[in-house]
Design a protein around this ligand. Sequence first.
Ligand SMILES: [Zn+2]
Ligand SMILES: [Zn+2]
Length: 257
Amino acid sequence: MQTIKAAVCHEFGKPLVIEDIRLRAPEMGEIEVTLDAVAICHSDISYAEGAWGGTLPAVYGHEAAGRVTGVGAGVNGLSEGDPVVVTLIRACGACPSCGGGRPTGCETAYDGDRGPITTADGGVLHQAMACGAFAEKVVVHHSQVVKMPGEMAMDAACLLACGVITGIGAVVNAANLRAGQDVVVIGAGGVGLNAIQGARIAGARRIVAVDMSEAKLDDARAFGATDGVLATEAKPWRAAKKAMGRGADAVFVTVGA
Ligand SMILES: [Zn+2]
Ligand SMILES: [Zn+2]
């Protein structure tokens, strides 16, 4: 058991409090990571505002990057010092969804109230989203950790844990986009830009970004959009269809993400 600092939510809608908490050593199948960077996802803000309920006190944060500083029994392929991304996607590897190749749909429940963290006096402290990454260190299941090339900047790498894979995964896994297809992405925020990037990686022909702001459309083009349409136009769908010369094969709605 060691003492670390974390940003703890004691009351919904109130500022997080940076304080000492306790973190136990990694057990069977777990990894300890000392964090260099953590992103603030809108889901963290929604949780802290009480939008989705949950146990308090709690530590949020689920998009992190750092270095492995502890390896539990039964973990292969990871060593102390390895740079890793830490994600909220925890997969048991044994349930029907995991066995069917869909680890994001893992059916094995995780009880964050009985995780590796406790308050300084040993009380229940909720490890939100199986991560609790608004902290100096986390202990997570090995399935939540991906080793990365050493030269990646940690503040960029941490974004891979949620925002990037949500956008790219929607294109590559959910829509199964194929080379030469046309897409429309509505909303060029964090997830939308990564849907655009995913479409580019998948070999899309036309990638039409739709947003309320010209500056966001510039960002969209930098991420691979071939066309930008302002949603403030009278009939923006006409401009989108004109850009593709046909209807879209897939439309991604990433508004409010
Ligand atoms: Zn997130
Ligand atoms: Zn599973």
